[in-house]
Write a protein that binds this ligand. Structure first.
Ligand SMILES: Cc1cc2nc3c(=O)[nH]c(=O)nc-3n(C[C@H](O)[C@H](O)[C@H](O)COP(=O)(O)OP(=O)(O)OC[C@H]3O[C@@H](n4cnc5c(N)ncnc54)[C@H](O)[C@@H]3O)c2cc1C
Length: 320
């Protein structure tokens, strides 16, 4: 109901918008975890102009946040206030080679498609995207990486809109990259990027992509409802080693479990709630802190509000 009220209140301002607006959108249908509460409203812009019109029209006191394919998101049960923007494949999903080693990709292009395009064009350096289930917007924000390569190594420039709908073009340096992080202003919605690889023969690229796929299928629970790596690797060690040492491999709370196959992957075994998943994560953090003195940092983005009575404290409030 709250979503309808928000949309009704902004009806005149949003009259020029062409994209789709859905009140009370179920985020569990969007995220890989298949869990979480409602977005007050979901906006799927038709294209970049439409997104700019929307951003200019929505008053600044109404929160707006962007999501991609939802492969790195944990949504809390209390839901997300304001608008969640999800870029449509139709308006933002085009990708093309624009030179011997360059690719332009819309932010809704799946990483896997960029890897396939690079293979066709004989451009090396994108095989790692073959194993990452997100889209380019999420890869740009998260500095997604695997197999020894990170997004930051490929970025030439990124096009984005700010909260007021103004266009920005950011250089690689402007993105302020570090491990699984970009310092680019949090309100920016990336709409496309120019990425650069290097000349490579197709046989070599194909071989690397096959290795990526084989490795994933062997060591990661990629067919489960998961968010990928739950925690960032701390300096000098791996998150999974510390989780294992703390006895948390296979640990289960409600329907949420630290995967027995790869214990830094959290999985929804069937009917986990956002609360189960976050409570499990904080339990693991508390136990690792107790065992190794290491404060694990979440890699998964937790968004939205807690449902009243279902708040989860960092490290379960212990040992702080
Ligand atoms: C099985 C599995 C394996 C994985 N393996 C890896 C891996 O090897 N390496 C790795 O790095 N990650 C991995 N991940 C995590 C995830 O796939 C990546 O972080 C991915 O880049 C997220 O993209 P997404 O489109 O799903 O973004 P989402 O999960 O929807 O969002 C992630 C963040 O990006 C922001 N965002 C999304 N789109 C935009 C945009 N257009 N503009 C600005 N910000 C945006 C969101 O606000 C959010 O903060 C894995 C996940 C799973 C489920």
């Amino acid at each position: 109901m709250r979503g309808e009220v928000l949309i009704e209140r902004l009806a005149d301002r949003l009259s020029g918008v062409r994209g789709k607006i859905t009140p009370n959108a179920e985020m569990e249908k969007i995220t890989w975890f298949r869990a979480g509460g409602l977005a007050e409203a979901l906006f799927q812009p038709a294209d970049e102009d439409d997104l700019a019109i929307f951003l200019k029209a929505v008053p600044e006191d109404v929160p707006v946040m962007v999501v991609g394919i939802g492969s790195n998101l944990l949504v809390r049960e209390g839901g997300i206030p304001g608008f969640v923007v999800r870029l449509s494949a139709k308006g933002f999903g085009d990708a093309e080679a624009i030179g011997p080693t360059r690719i332009r990709a819309g932010a809704a292009t799946p990483d896997k498609r960029v890897a396939a395009l690079a293979l066709d064009a004989g451009i090396g350096g994108f095989h790692f995207y073959h194993g990452i289930p997100g889209a380019i917007g999420g890869a740009l924000r998260m500095n997604a990486g695997a197999n020894g390569v990170e997004t930051r190594e490929r970025v030439v420039e990124v096009r984005a809109l700010d909260r007021r709908g103004n266009v920005h073009v950011l250089s690689n340096a402007d993105m302020g990259y570090s491990y699984r992080h970009s310092r680019a202003p949090a309100d920016l919605i990336f709409t496309s990027a120019i990425l650069e690889g290097y000349p490579e023969d197709r046989e070599t690229i194909r071989g690397l992509m096959d290795e990526v796929q084989h490795h994933r299928e062997t060591v990661q629970p990629i067919r489960e409802k998961t968010g990928g790596s739950t925690f960032k690797n701390p300096p000098g060690t791996s998150a999974w080693k510390e989780i294992d040492k703390a006895g948390c491999r296979g640990l289960m709370i409600g329907g949420a479990q630290m995967s027995p196959m790869h214990c830094n992957f959290m999985i929804n075994t069937g009917n986990a709630t956002g609360y189960d998943l976050e409570f499990l994560g904080e339990t693991v953090r508390a136990r690792v802190l107790e065992t190794s003195g290491i404060r694990l940092e979440w890699e998964i983005k937790r968004i939205g509000r807690f449902k009243p009575g279902h708040e989860v404290q960092e490290f379960l409030g212990q040992l702080l």
